[in-house]
Structure formats: structure tokens, C-alpha cells
Design a protein. Structure first.
Length: 191
């Protein structure tokens, strides 16, 4: 074999490993993305936009439900503080896809048909994905973001009261707290 054939073979091998051997299950990116909704850019190796439309901490009223076929889905709403950004983003994405990214993997990527003004979304997939575990993980992430916010300001969590509640009641409290409202409350107390 001549030198050009060896060089071409080596280049092909390097290209293969550069695009397909990522242990995290996605191609072409080495940075972590925050869990949430992102624009999906067709025709690129790394098709997930670099900035999210909204993140999990900006979700409210999450619930595990079933669709018409009896398959588990997660339904939620966008924070009232992010509703305008959500509506504007979905308008820009008409006839394009928006994906829900969890742990740097796209769970679902529906095509947007119209501007979505209500702020209600659904996370569903045709794959055999454990939606109950995803739901619990999203609630935990939201709780952790609120805990971190309060702890950074030196606030103690009322664990004596909170820990006496059952899981359903704890989930309800987590779901009813809006991250942006919590930030405003902290700022109000600091004045």
C-alpha cells in the first residue's frame, strides 16, 4: 500500500472514533447540558442547541399521567416567569423540533406545529423508557435546586415539618414552588 492509502485509512479511523465513541450516548459534544427543553438543530452532528429554552428548575406542576394508549407520560407547566420566552421560542420553532434533554440525551423531540402559549408541555416517548424514574428524578432535581438556593442564603430548611409529610405532600410542595418566585422571596427578605 502506498502512503496516501495509509493516511486515508488513519483519517477515516480517527473520524470514526471522534464521532461515535462517546460513552455518554450522544455524538460530538463534550460539555454537560442542564436538563430541560432545547431547540434541536437538524443536519448537525451535535443537534442540541447550546442554551436551553427552559430548564427543570423552571418547571411547575409536574405530574405523572397516562396518555390515551395507557402509556406513562409526564405533564408539566412552564414557570409564569418564563412563559413569554417559551411562547416566543415555540413560535420560532414552528415546523422544527424541540427536544427534552435529560442527562445529555434527547428523551423526546416533537415537531412544533404552532406557537404554544399555555406553557403546558408533555414528555412522552415511543421508546420503552422508565417515565416513573424520570418523574422522580425531575422532582428531585427541582427540590435540589430550591434547596441550593435557600442554603446559599443561609436559610435552614424546616426538616421537622417537611420530613413528617408523606411523599405525595412533599411532591406537591416542590411542584407548587416556582424557582423565580423563591428567588424574589429571598431578595425581599434581604432588603
Amino acid at each position: 500500500m502506498n502512503m496516501n492509502t495509509h493516511a486515508f485509512g488513519l483519517l477515516l479511523l480517527i473520524s470514526f472514533f471522534a464521532t461515535s465513541c462517546h460513552g455518554d450516548g450522544h455524538q460530538g459534544t463534550d460539555h454537560h447540558r442542564e436538563n430541560g427543553w432545547y431547540r434541536i438543530i437538524d443536519g448537525q452532528t451535535d443537534s442540541i442547541a447550546s442554551t436551553p429554552i427552559i430548564t427543570v428548575k423552571e418547571f411547575t406542576d409536574l405530574r405523572l399521567d397516562e396518555d390515551y394508549f395507557g402509556k406513562s407520560v409526564i405533564i408539566g407547566n412552564v414557570s409564569k416567569h418564563k412563559l413569554q420566552a417559551w411562547s416566543d421560542s415555540t413560535e420560532q420553532l414552528v415546523d422544527k423540533r424541540m427536544g427534552f434533554v435529560f442527562n445529555d440525551s434527547v428523551i423526546t423531540a416533537p415537531r412544533i406545529n404552532m406557537r404554544l402559549e399555555s406553557g403546558t408541555f408533555q414528555i412522552a416517548t415511543n421508546k420503552n423508557y422508565d417515565m416513573k424514574s424520570l418523574y422522580r428524578s425531575l422532582l428531585k432535581e427541582k427540590k435540589d435546586s430550591l434547596d441550593a438556593l435557600f442554603k446559599n442564603k443561609g436559610w435552614e430548611i424546616d426538616t421537622l415539618f417537611y420530613n413528617r409529610l408523606g411523599q405525595v405532600e412533599q411532591d406537591s410542595i416542590i411542584n407548587s414552588l416556582d424557582y423565580n418566585d423563591a428567588c424574589a422571596i429571598i431578595v425581599g427578605f434581604e432588603r
